[in-house]
Design a binder for this molecule. Structure first.
Ligand SMILES: [Zn+2]
Length: 215
Protein backbone atom coordinates (compact mmCIF):
# COMPACT_ATOMS: atom_id res chain seq x y z
CA UNK A 1 0.00 0.00 0.00
CA UNK A 2 1.32 3.42 -0.96
CA UNK A 3 0.77 6.15 1.59
CA UNK A 4 1.78 9.78 1.67
CA UNK A 5 3.48 10.46 4.98
CA UNK A 6 3.84 14.15 4.26
CA UNK A 7 4.88 16.35 1.34
CA UNK A 8 7.80 14.74 -0.44
CA UNK A 9 7.79 11.59 1.70
CA UNK A 10 5.97 8.37 0.81
CA UNK A 11 5.83 4.78 2.05
CA UNK A 12 5.24 1.60 0.10
CA UNK A 13 4.24 -0.62 2.98
CA UNK A 14 4.46 -4.36 2.65
CA UNK A 15 1.36 -5.80 4.29
CA UNK A 16 1.18 -9.45 3.22
CA UNK A 17 1.91 -11.91 5.99
CA UNK A 18 2.14 -14.79 3.50
CA UNK A 19 5.41 -13.58 2.01
CA UNK A 20 8.26 -11.64 3.54
CA UNK A 21 9.36 -8.39 1.93
CA UNK A 22 10.56 -5.03 3.21
CA UNK A 23 8.80 -1.70 3.28
CA UNK A 24 10.16 0.79 0.76
CA UNK A 25 10.23 4.55 1.27
CA UNK A 26 10.51 7.42 -1.16
CA UNK A 27 11.79 10.95 -0.80
CA UNK A 28 10.52 13.00 -3.73
CA UNK A 29 12.07 16.45 -3.55
CA UNK A 30 14.35 17.99 -6.19
CA UNK A 31 15.94 14.53 -6.16
CA UNK A 32 14.05 11.26 -5.86
CA UNK A 33 15.46 8.70 -3.48
CA UNK A 34 14.16 5.16 -2.91
CA UNK A 35 15.06 3.31 0.27
CA UNK A 36 15.08 -0.51 0.33
CA UNK A 37 13.47 -1.63 -2.95
CA UNK A 38 12.79 -5.11 -1.52
CA UNK A 39 12.70 -8.44 -3.31
CA UNK A 40 12.89 -8.48 -7.11
CA UNK A 41 9.97 -10.88 -7.50
CA UNK A 42 7.79 -8.60 -5.34
CA UNK A 43 9.02 -5.30 -6.81
CA UNK A 44 5.77 -4.69 -8.69
CA UNK A 45 4.35 -3.45 -5.39
CA UNK A 46 6.84 -0.56 -5.48
CA UNK A 47 6.21 0.05 -9.18
CA UNK A 48 2.46 0.27 -8.56
CA UNK A 49 3.09 2.81 -5.80
CA UNK A 50 5.33 4.86 -8.06
CA UNK A 51 2.65 4.81 -10.77
CA UNK A 52 0.18 6.37 -8.36
CA UNK A 53 2.65 9.23 -7.97
CA UNK A 54 3.08 9.46 -11.75
CA UNK A 55 6.62 8.18 -11.40
CA UNK A 56 8.49 5.25 -12.85
CA UNK A 57 11.76 3.61 -11.93
CA UNK A 58 13.54 5.86 -14.46
CA UNK A 59 12.64 8.80 -12.22
CA UNK A 60 14.60 7.43 -9.27
CA UNK A 61 17.91 9.25 -8.88
CA UNK A 62 19.29 7.20 -6.01
CA UNK A 63 18.53 3.80 -4.47
CA UNK A 64 19.79 3.36 -0.91
CA UNK A 65 19.85 0.03 0.92
CA UNK A 66 19.80 0.17 4.72
CA UNK A 67 21.54 -3.20 4.81
CA UNK A 68 22.47 -6.20 2.72
CA UNK A 69 19.66 -8.69 3.35
CA UNK A 70 17.90 -9.82 0.17
CA UNK A 71 14.42 -8.80 1.33
CA UNK A 72 15.68 -5.18 1.28
CA UNK A 73 18.29 -5.05 -1.45
CA UNK A 74 17.42 -7.67 -4.08
CA UNK A 75 15.44 -5.37 -6.41
CA UNK A 76 18.33 -2.89 -6.61
CA UNK A 77 19.29 -4.95 -9.67
CA UNK A 78 16.16 -3.59 -11.42
CA UNK A 79 17.78 -0.16 -11.82
CA UNK A 80 20.14 0.93 -14.54
CA UNK A 81 22.25 4.03 -15.01
CA UNK A 82 21.98 6.91 -14.35
CA UNK A 83 20.28 5.78 -11.11
CA UNK A 84 22.94 5.57 -8.42
CA UNK A 85 23.05 2.69 -5.98
CA UNK A 86 24.36 3.31 -2.46
CA UNK A 87 24.85 1.01 0.50
CA UNK A 88 27.06 0.78 3.57
CA UNK A 89 30.75 0.19 2.98
CA UNK A 90 31.05 -2.27 5.84
CA UNK A 91 27.97 -4.16 4.77
CA UNK A 92 29.19 -4.41 1.19
CA UNK A 93 32.57 -5.70 2.29
CA UNK A 94 30.98 -8.21 4.66
CA UNK A 95 28.76 -9.70 1.99
CA UNK A 96 31.69 -9.97 -0.38
CA UNK A 97 33.98 -11.39 2.27
CA UNK A 98 31.39 -14.08 2.84
CA UNK A 99 32.18 -15.04 -0.74
CA UNK A 100 29.14 -15.97 -2.72
CA UNK A 101 25.85 -14.59 -1.51
CA UNK A 102 22.87 -16.48 -2.91
CA UNK A 103 21.70 -13.28 -4.57
CA UNK A 104 23.45 -10.68 -6.66
CA UNK A 105 24.35 -7.33 -5.10
CA UNK A 106 24.71 -4.52 -7.64
CA UNK A 107 28.06 -2.79 -7.72
CA UNK A 108 27.53 0.25 -5.48
CA UNK A 109 28.27 3.68 -6.94
CA UNK A 110 28.77 5.11 -3.47
CA UNK A 111 29.82 3.21 -0.33
CA UNK A 112 28.27 4.95 2.65
CA UNK A 113 29.87 5.57 6.01
CA UNK A 114 28.97 7.50 9.14
CA UNK A 115 28.42 11.17 8.34
CA UNK A 116 26.49 13.49 6.07
CA UNK A 117 25.07 12.63 2.68
CA UNK A 118 23.73 15.41 0.48
CA UNK A 119 21.59 14.43 -2.49
CA UNK A 120 20.34 17.57 -4.21
CA UNK A 121 18.70 19.63 -1.47
CA UNK A 122 18.13 16.57 0.72
CA UNK A 123 20.57 16.40 3.60
CA UNK A 124 20.73 13.02 5.29
CA UNK A 125 22.73 11.84 8.28
CA UNK A 126 24.10 8.35 8.02
CA UNK A 127 24.39 6.44 11.25
CA UNK A 128 26.33 3.21 11.48
CA UNK A 129 23.99 1.03 13.53
CA UNK A 130 25.36 -2.53 13.61
CA UNK A 131 23.77 -5.44 15.45
CA UNK A 132 21.11 -6.77 13.07
CA UNK A 133 23.83 -7.02 10.42
CA UNK A 134 27.44 -5.83 10.68
CA UNK A 135 27.06 -2.76 8.49
CA UNK A 136 23.40 -1.82 8.99
CA UNK A 137 22.68 1.85 8.47
CA UNK A 138 19.94 4.11 9.77
CA UNK A 139 19.37 7.28 7.77
CA UNK A 140 18.08 10.37 9.49
CA UNK A 141 16.51 13.30 7.62
CA UNK A 142 16.70 16.16 10.15
CA UNK A 143 14.68 18.61 8.06
CA UNK A 144 11.62 16.33 8.29
CA UNK A 145 12.62 14.51 11.49
CA UNK A 146 12.29 11.20 9.67
CA UNK A 147 14.34 8.14 10.57
CA UNK A 148 14.72 5.28 8.10
CA UNK A 149 15.51 2.61 10.65
CA UNK A 150 15.91 -0.48 8.44
CA UNK A 151 15.79 -3.63 10.55
CA UNK A 152 17.20 -1.98 13.67
CA UNK A 153 13.98 -0.64 15.23
CA UNK A 154 10.36 -1.49 14.42
CA UNK A 155 6.95 -0.58 15.82
CA UNK A 156 7.14 -2.27 19.26
CA UNK A 157 9.93 -4.58 18.18
CA UNK A 158 13.56 -4.82 17.12
CA UNK A 159 15.60 -6.58 14.45
CA UNK A 160 17.01 -10.06 14.93
CA UNK A 161 20.59 -10.27 16.15
CA UNK A 162 21.01 -14.00 15.54
CA UNK A 163 21.66 -13.83 11.80
CA UNK A 164 25.21 -14.04 10.36
CA UNK A 165 27.21 -11.04 11.54
CA UNK A 166 24.53 -10.06 14.06
CA UNK A 167 25.43 -8.98 17.58
CA UNK A 168 22.99 -8.33 20.45
CA UNK A 169 25.30 -6.01 22.37
CA UNK A 170 25.88 -3.85 19.29
CA UNK A 171 22.17 -3.83 18.46
CA UNK A 172 21.44 -2.52 21.95
CA UNK A 173 24.01 0.25 21.54
CA UNK A 174 22.58 1.14 18.12
CA UNK A 175 19.04 1.31 19.53
CA UNK A 176 20.21 3.53 22.39
CA UNK A 177 21.84 5.80 19.86
CA UNK A 178 18.89 6.24 17.51
CA UNK A 179 16.57 6.53 20.52
CA UNK A 180 18.28 9.87 21.27
CA UNK A 181 17.31 11.44 17.95
CA UNK A 182 14.47 13.91 17.54
CA UNK A 183 12.12 11.79 15.40
CA UNK A 184 8.56 12.43 14.24
CA UNK A 185 8.43 9.64 11.69
CA UNK A 186 9.94 6.27 12.49
CA UNK A 187 10.10 4.46 9.16
CA UNK A 188 11.07 0.83 9.75
CA UNK A 189 11.94 -1.88 7.25
CA UNK A 190 8.97 -4.01 8.29
CA UNK A 191 5.59 -3.40 9.89
CA UNK A 192 3.93 -0.13 10.78
CA UNK A 193 5.24 3.40 10.68
CA UNK A 194 5.28 5.21 14.02
CA UNK A 195 4.13 8.82 13.69
CA UNK A 196 4.48 11.64 16.21
CA UNK A 197 7.32 12.55 18.53
CA UNK A 198 5.58 11.21 21.63
CA UNK A 199 4.65 7.92 19.97
CA UNK A 200 8.22 7.46 18.73
CA UNK A 201 9.60 8.19 22.18
CA UNK A 202 7.15 5.76 23.78
CA UNK A 203 8.18 3.15 21.21
CA UNK A 204 11.86 3.46 22.13
CA UNK A 205 10.94 3.32 25.83
CA UNK A 206 8.98 0.12 25.22
CA UNK A 207 11.94 -1.33 23.30
CA UNK A 208 14.28 -0.47 26.14
CA UNK A 209 12.08 -1.85 28.91
CA UNK A 210 11.01 -5.00 27.10
CA UNK A 211 13.54 -5.98 24.42
CA UNK A 212 16.82 -4.95 26.03
CA UNK A 213 16.59 -7.84 28.48
CA UNK A 214 16.81 -10.21 25.50
CA UNK A 215 19.98 -8.63 24.10
ZN1 LIG B 1 17.46 -7.63 7.63
Amino acid sequence: MMIKIRDGLYAFLWESSRENNSNAFLIHENKTILFDPGYSHLFSHVERGLEKLDLSIEDIDVVIATHGHPDHIDAATAFGKPTLFMMGKEEYEYFYKLGSPSFRIPEPDVLLQEGELNIGSVQLQILQTPGHSPGSLCLYWPERKALFSGDVAFDRSIGRSDLPGGNGRLLKESLQRIGQLDVEYLLPGHGNIVTGREAVRANFQMIESYWFSYL
